[in-house]
Design a protein around this ligand. Structure first.
Ligand code: MF3
Ligand code: CO
Length: 237
C-alpha cells in the first residue's frame, strides 16, 4: 500500500503543476491517466460503479465526484479538488488535494483550504490503536467548526486495502470513543470535505457531482493512513 500511496502522490503532484487558468479538467484527467500508465499503476476510479474517469475534479461549490470535462475550463480565483486513486498489485491508494487555480486567492478561501488540510491532520493524529472511529471524526469536526466552517455528513472516509472502499466508514464528525475500534494494521482513507457555509449537499443530474446545497465553496483533502504500533503512518505522502 506504500507503493500505491506513493504513486497516487506522484500523480497528484504532476496534475497540480498543470492547474492554471485556461486548462480544462479534461487536461488534468489526461495528464493523470498518462502518468499512471508511465508508473505502471491501474486507475481505481474508472469503471467503479460506472464512474467514467481516473480523477474526480470538483470546482468551487462542487464537493466531490466532479467529472472531468473539456467544457470545464479553470479560471483565476477558483479552487479545484483533485481526487485520485490507483491500484498496484491488488492494493489500493486514494488521496485528494484542493488547490487554487492561481496564486491570488481570496483570503477567506485561503483559510478554507488551510483549515480543511489542517483538519485532516487532526484526524490523522487520532488514528491510533485502541481509539475509536469517532475519535477521528470528532477531531476533524471540532477543528472545522471552531474555525467557522462545516463538515459534510453525506460523504465519508473509509477503510481501504484490497478494495477501494472497505469497512469501517470514517465520518468527518462523531463522538469521541464511539464507533469501531482501531486495530493494528488497519488502513483508513481519511478525507474531510469542508463547506464554507452550511453542511447540506445535493447531487447534480449527472448522478455523480456532489455540490453544496447553499452554493458555498467546499474543500477536500485526503490521505491513506495506516494504524501501527509506532502511531499513524501516512501512506500517500
Ligand atoms: N476518494 C473518493 C472516495 O473515496 C473517490 C471515489 S470516486 C469513484 O470515494 F468514482 F471511484 F467512486
Ligand atoms: Co477516498
Amino acid at each position: 500500500m506504500r507503493r500505491s500511496g506513493h504513486i497516487v502522490r506522484e500523480v497528484l503532484d504532476h496534475v497540480r503543476a498543470i492547474v492554471k487558468p485556461g486548462a480544462s479538467t479534461m487536461d488534468l484527467e489526461r495528464a493523470a491517466e498518462q502518468k499512471m500508465k508511465e508508473l505502471g499503476a491501474t486507475p481505481a476510479f474508472k469503471g467503479y460503479y460506472d464512474y467514467p474517469c481516473v480523477l474526480c475534479t470538483s470546482i468551487n461549490e462542487e464537493i466531490v465526484h466532479g467529472i472531468p470535462s473539456e467544457k470545464r475550463v479553470l479560471e483565476a480565483g477558483q479552487i479545484v479538488s483533485i481526487d485520485c486513486g490507483v491500484v498496484v498489485d491488488g492494493y489500493y491508494g486514494d488521496a485528494a488535494i484542493t488547490v487554487p487555480v492561481n496564486g491570488a486567492l481570496a483570503p477567506e478561501l485561503k483559510k478554507l483550504l488551510e483549515v480543511t488540510e489542517a483538519s485532516l491532520y487532526r484526524g490523522i493524529g487520532q488514528a491510533l490503536i485502541g481509539n475509536a472511529v469517532g475519535d477521528v471524526g470528532a477531531a476533524v469536526q471540532e477543528f472545522v467548526e471552531a474555525n467557522g466552517f462545516s463538515v459534510v455528513r453525506e460523504f465519508v472516509g473509509h477503510g481501504i486495502g484490497t478494495k477501494l472502499h472497505e469497512e469501517p466508514q470514517v465520518p468527518n464528525y462523531g463522538a469521541r470513543g464511539r464507533g469501531t475500534r482501531l486495530r493494528e494494521g488497519m488502513v483508513l482513507a481519511i478525507e474531510p470535505m469542508v463547506n464554507f457555509g452550511e453542511p447540506g449537499t445535493r447531487v447534480l443530474d449527472d448522478k455523480w457531482t456532489a455540490v453544496t446545497a447553499d452554493g458555498s465553496f467546499s474543500a477536500h483533502f485526503e490521505h491513506c493512513v495506516a494504524v501501527t504500533r509506532d502511531g499513524p503512518v501516512i501512506l500517500t505522502q
